[in-house]
Write a protein that binds this ligand. Structure first.
Ligand code: GEK
Length: 251
């Protein structure tokens, strides 16, 4: 007897079996087939994802002044943007931006009064004055040379005292890295992913998701104009930093 899959309730919530059969060597892309299963994929691939989203909403809500704009950059299905908006209330507009038309198409099929979705490259989009910017697992997908320029533009856009919440999958130095990789694979197995799924996804992401160390993130954030750079979440490789825009403009 085959298991009957439940009908997905929202766009992007179909079960993730993309890597369950051999797929060749193509690189990972945020295309239609990924967008269709993204919620299941991210929840089963990022340990503590639900806690991250809850924490982003609670922390972000503390830094938003009435009427201030908040950004969710690389919003995928808009989960963080909607959580932030639900926490802050309708007087705080949230702009949720992603370069994948397939992700944004899913977001706009479930309209939300205080979240505006936009399909754009966050390296090119002009940022308005903001109180809160969320980069939840997005910076790691930009070419390394584009990371500091984006963080500088975010610091410029944030009001002094405004907050950037930056979540990344970080790289440890060995032997911690090898141990974390093993434990991460245990986590994925426990989420029901097979050895084939784990190894094919890892290969597909190799050239696309380029990790930095925690120290490199801190140095870059300081160079971009942030201080009080504090880790508030850590689970295996996944770290989230709360970084506050310095009062004085960066030199
Ligand atoms: C979440 N934040 O669920 N411009 C805009 N978007 C981009 C760019 C770019 N240059 N590069 C990549 N993206 C989400 C999860 S997923 C992380 C973020 C993951 C987008 C890309 O299209 C994808 O939707 C997102 O960044 C990364 O809270 O899949 O591990």
């Amino acid at each position: 007897m085959t298991r009957e899959e439940p009908e997905p309730e929202f766009p992007g919530h179909a079960p993730d079996s993309l890597y369950a059969t051999p797929r060749g060597t193509g690189q990972f892309r945020f295309d239609a087939e990924v967008a269709d299963v993204f919620q299941d994929m991210v929840e089963r691939s990022v340990p503590g994802y639900a806690s991250l989203i809850h924490g982003i909403a609670v922390l972000g809500g503390k830094y938003a002044q009435a009427g201030a704009t908040c950004y969710d950059l690389g919003c995928s299905l808009g989960t963080a943007a909607r959580a932030l908006s639900a926490r802050m209330g309708p007087e705080h507009p949230v702009l949720a931006i992603d370069s994948s038309p397939d992700m944004i198409a899913h977001c706009t099929r479930v309209p939300h009064s205080s979240v505006q979705y936009r399909c754009a490259d966050i390296r090119e989009v002009a940022l308005e004055t903001a109180d809160v910017v969320v980069l939840n697992l997005t910076l790691q997908f930009l070419p390394p040379e584009d990371r500091l320029p984006l963080l500088r533009r975010i610091a410029e856009a944030l009001r002094p005292g405004g907050a950037l919440i930056l979540t990344e999958k970080v790289r440890f130095d060995d032997p911690g890295e090898a141990l974390m990789q093993k434990r991460y694979e245990s986590f994925k197995r426990a989420q029901g992913y097979s050895e084939l799924e784990i190894s094919q996804k890892r290969t597909a992401l190799e050239q696309v998701l380029v990790r930095d160390s925690s120290a490199a993130h801190r140095e870059r954030l300081a160079a971009a104009g942030f201080d009080s750079i504090t880790p508030w979440f850590q689970c295996l490789h996944f770290t989230s930093l709360l970084a506050i825009r310095r009062n004085a403009k960066p030199a």
